[in-house]
Design a protein around this ligand. Sequence first.
Ligand SMILES: Nc1nc2c(ncn2[C@@H]2O[C@H](COP(=O)(O)OP(=O)(O)OP(=O)(O)O)[C@@H](O)[C@H]2O)c(=O)[nH]1
Ligand SMILES: [Mg+2]
Length: 325
Amino acid sequence: MFGFKTAKNTDLPKEVASPTTGWLARLTGGLARTREALGGGLQRLLGRGVSSDTLDELEELLLSADVGVEATRLILADIQQRLGRRELQDGAQLRAALRQNMLALLTPIAKPLVVERPRTTPFVILMVGINGAGKTTTLGKLTKHLQSDGYQVMLAAGDTFRAAAVEQLKVWGERNQVPVIAQAPGADAAAVIFDALQAATARAADVLIADTAGRLHTQSNLMDELKKVKRVMAKLDPYAPHETLLVIDAGNGQNALQQALQFHQAIGLTGIALTKLDGTAKGGIVFALAQRLGLPIRFIGVGEGVDDLRPFRAEEFVDALLDTP
Ligand SMILES: Nc1nc2c(ncn2[C@@H]2O[C@H](COP(=O)(O)OP(=O)(O)OP(=O)(O)O)[C@@H](O)[C@H]2O)c(=O)[nH]1
Ligand SMILES: [Mg+2]
């Protein structure tokens, strides 16, 4: 399930052996359902040529992929004008215009997570989100990603609600061979993360990633717990956490947008990791998030494997979406 390689890279076909192409293939594959809805729909639409129905059809297509009303309007405003001026005569020009407008929306929020260096204390990443969004899995994948960039990572088992949560984190710790700081289930999450930050500082780790229990944005007592985590951490480093990363399941569609808005309002987010893009045709939610929230989308997840998390790059994403299935 975790995609351990059994063959050496040299045994693989060229396009798979290259890490970039390999990832692009996974991205395209992972986005297959949204791509079929958007790219496939677009191909059918363009096949009919540009007509007076084109704008309505485009609008329907974007809405069906959960791009959302306002982001759809934004993407289509310029296309509407250009259609009016008869600048877009054929399918290729229309596709290029769509791509350009999608990029205009996504480029400003495609800001990679940067671990500032040098530091005297670890760079702290706090993972938050609703139950089952993919926080712990994303944390595991992120650990590997940061390690491959040369960072020493430690993990904090801040989900103290369930014994299984601590165990799940320890499995990721073992898989990536990084220390996990944990206490018994039921412990105070803020205390666990405080201890972990002290331990990570003592061991001169570069990055500490803290898991937290899933919670609904409507559960104010649990949102208060996150505020406390942040307050307690700030006693050791006034700037910690340096990244508060909301993990959201892309399959939640427009609900994901509500989660993001409310988590942001309650605790202040600095970035988003959008998971499970592989399981949904609603990947258009990226555009809605960009338009409504404007927070950086740091990473996207397109599978459960340790390598299925990548920095979000606007061009790569749009091309994978518009690519004809
Ligand atoms: N297909 C797919 N599955 C994913 C992805 N990310 C996470 N998952 C799966 O989603 C499920 C929930 O993931 P977790 O990481 O446990 O979610 P969580 O947010 O930590 O959940 P709680 O701790 O219960 O709140 C697991 O079965 C993961 O394997 C992804 O990008 N793609
Ligand atoms: Mg979890």
